[in-house]
Design a protein around this ligand. Structure first.
Ligand code: ADP
Length: 176
């Protein structure tokens, strides 16, 4: 499903983010940019070693921030690596940090003049963020961004299971 907010289409798809053809895909990385399991492992495997070479040069990324590298062998030209929070109890600034991860990724894409970006469900795997709350923050941050910024034409949320697709889609319906 999709919805147009101002000049930007916000879209939910069920699939594998490594296949995406948007200008950038976002990686749910860790602070050391060291590679890991989940979506990070899938992106490095599909994109090849050029991505990790650049990650090593950058050195790291604090939680809530974002950095950009080549997309290597991926269809997407760039990978934006952002670090979502590890969810503990919800009272350690997790919501603000998750919002920052989305917002800083969008701002980096805009500053690079990119027109389209795909996000995975940041922090909802190994980092344990409850899916409903993570979906609300993800979509609210993207909707707010689209209301104030017109350069990015497509923001796609790529969900790796039907359950996540349904959760994200219902949050989008609630927010528009
Ligand atoms: P985090 O450490 O931020 O929780 P994970 O990689 O463990 O990151 O999980 C984030 C989300 O990405 C999870 O919802 C997981 O199901 C999803 N995911 C894993 N592989 C892929 C993929 N290839 N494409 C899209 N989403 C994926």
């Amino acid at each position: 499903m999709q919805s147009k907010i101002n000049k930007t289409i916000i879209e939910m798809v069920y699939g594998n983010i490594t296949e995406e053809t948007t200008d950038a895909i976002v990686n749910a990385a860790n602070e050391h940019l060291a590679g890991g399991a989940g979506v990070d492992g899938a992106i490095h495997r599909a994109g090849g070693p050029a991505i990790m070479d650049e990650c090593r040069k950058i050195g790291g990324c604090p939680t809530g921030q974002a950095v950009i590298t080549t997309g290597g062998n991926l269809k997407a030209k760039y990978v934006i690596h952002t670090v979502g929070p590890i969810y503990r109890d919800g009272i350690r600034n997790e919501a603000k940090l998750l919002e920052s991860a989305y917002r800083n990724s969008l701002e980096l894409a805009r500053n690079k003049n990119l027109r389209s970006i795909s996000f995975p469900a940041i922090s909802t795997g190994v980092y344990g963020y409850p899916a409903n709350e993570a979906a609300y923050i993800a979509i609210k941050t993207c909707v707010d961004f689209a209301q104030d910024n017109t350069d990015i034409k497509l923001i796609r949320h790529v969900l790796f299971s039907k359950d996540f697709y349904d959760i994200f889609s219902s949050q989008l319906k609630n927010l528009i």
